[in-house]
Design a protein around this ligand. Structure first.
Ligand SMILES: *Cc1c(COP(=O)(O)O)cnc(C)c1O
Length: 462
């Protein structure tokens, strides 16, 4: 299996190299040259299998000879051992024809654990085979950083540095990053906002001498491996509801477009997904783009669902690549227009192709709060604000097929929003409550690339 850049000007790579590279050399994202298609019989045969077995069948063709085989089964077993629910991604029914796919039973209580736990093991193995170490540096508004630290703590071949904006993540999110005691974990509170954190990480990747010196690697959601691993729960859920014999629709709370793009890959692999509904909060660039064909970022307005407070949805580039039939020149032209003019128009044929796969909707702040309250009153279920955005949008798209709405985080990660809607402050699961008393370890840094490089050099020299 080969992976090509969405912009067509970087060499095609195998899975292992594409995973380690993160971003392609031409600024594009890696996508499979040809998506493997599963026959209806092969999809039907997934029914009743344990989640890890489903994962092995879905991922094996993508990994090819690089990292597949017997060890993949071990990696997948270990990756899911820390989930608190035996189904890993259980479905619960919200109402007639409407189901919630709970993706928050992993160690850091957000769906990012699914891909990150697998990525941590695959990367460690790839690095060991290559006899090298890597330095992972990432910026987070909360959930990605904690999932990355949880996945990479104590691994031999990596150091993991996570930058978060000082004072702007919740206490639970901060403590998930600052309490791990392993020497390869480095939490950094940056004196700046999330954009500053992202900008400093970009500085490091753009300093090619430094990048090679420390072996920089990226685990943010543009990493190909994360998108591919996330296809697994689409298969598991759809098969549980009758696929391949019955089509299923999904609604996905969307920020950087990684999660919903995984659904598009599953659909391309032959899973009968009738529609993928993109749910956005008040930062509704994707909903506007689908409606008008114009992709035009506006300033981010902070919301109760901070992991969706994004206006440049990096993974949308993969959907554009699909929608143009793999026309890398068209994709590169759109991205060049975005960089030069701050917006671009989706060509008419590509827009029609997008609308054939995706629908969209938005939920305002008050609609989000009202949805948390309404679902709690009707079912007793507490939704996190991201999941509530999706449930609100999904309820406007219910149709003949069963609708599966992705619940991306546990309500206890966002207790203020949940309490404001219901009066109930959800408690952390017992195994996480310990972090509230543990000692914290964090480096506070000025918003300065030089200081960041110095800290990284000093820490990896240990
Ligand atoms: C990251 C995140 C999202 C958005 O996922 P994308 O892949 O960026 O679209 C939604 N909900 C929660 C809780 C998240 O952590």
């Amino acid at each position: 299996m080969r992976y090509v850049s969405t912009r067509g000007r970087a060499p095609a790579l195998g899975f292992e190299a594409a995973m380690l590279a993160g971003l392609a050399g031409d600024g594009g994202l890696y996508v499979p040259e040809r998506v493997p298609v599963l026959s209806p019989d092969a999809i039907a045969a997934l029914a009743g299998l344990p989640y890890e077995k489903v994962a092995a069948r879905i991922l094996a063709p993508f990994l090819g000879e690089d990292l597949g085989g017997a060890t993949l089964a071990d990696d997948l077993a270990a990756a899911h051992a820390g989930f608190r629910h035996p189904a890993r991604a259980p479905l619960v029914q919200l109402g007639p024809g409407h189901f919630l796919l709970e993706l928050h039973h992993g160690p850091t209580l957000a769906f990012k654990d699914f891909a990150m736990q697998v990525l941590g093991r695959l990367m460690d193995r790839a690095l060991a085979r290559a006899g090298r170490r890597a330095t992972i540096v990432g910026a987070t508004s909360g959930d990605t950083g904690s999932a990355a630290i949880e996945a990479f703590r104590g691994r031999d071949a990596v150091d993991v540095f996570i930058l978060f904006p000082e004072g702007r993540v919740s206490e639970v999110q901060r403590r998930q990053m600052t309490t791990p005691a392993e020497a390869n974990v480095h939490a950094i509170a940056l004196r700046g906002d999330f954009d500053a954190c992202q900008a400093r990480v970009k500085d490091l990747f753009n300093d090619h001498a430094f990048r090679d010196e420390v072996g920089l690697a990226a685990v943010n959601s543009i990493n190909l491996a994360r998108v591919l691993v996330q296809t697994v729960y689409y298969f598991a859920a759809a098969v549980a509801l009758g696929a391949p014999h019955r089509p299923v629709a999904f609604t996905v709370p969307t920020g950087n477009f990684g999660d919903v793009q995984a659904g598009a890959v599953a659909r391309a692999m032959g899973l009968p997904i009738s529609r993928l509904v993109i749910a956005t909060n008040q930062n509704d660039i994707l909903d506007r783009c689908l409606a008008t064909g114009i992709y035009a970022p506006r300033p981010v307005r902070p919301s109760q669902s901070p992991s969706m407070d994004i206006q440049v949805a990096s993974n949308f580039e993969r959907a554009l690549h699909d929608a143009t039939g793999g026309d890398a020149a068209q994709v590169a032209a759109m991205m060049a227009a975005l960089a030069a003019e701050g917006r671009f128009a989706v060509p008419a044929r590509a827009l029609a192709a997008l609308r054939g796969v995706f629908a969209s909707g938005r939920a305002s702040e008050s609609e989000t709060t009202a949805t948390i309250a309404r679902i709690h009153a009707a079912t007793g279920i507490l939704l996190c604000p991201h999941s509530a955005v999706a449930v609100m949008v999904a309820s406007e798209h219910l149709g003949r097929e069963p609708m599966v709405t992705l619940a991306t985080a546990h309500p206890a990660k966002f207790p203020d929003a949940v309490a404001a809607a219901t009066g109930i402050r959800p408690a952390l699961p017992a195994r996480l409550a310990g972090i509230l008393a543990k000692a914290e370890r964090v480096s506070v840094l000025d918003d300065d690339a030089g200081a960041l490089k110095a800290l990284i050099r000093e820490r990896i020299a240990r």
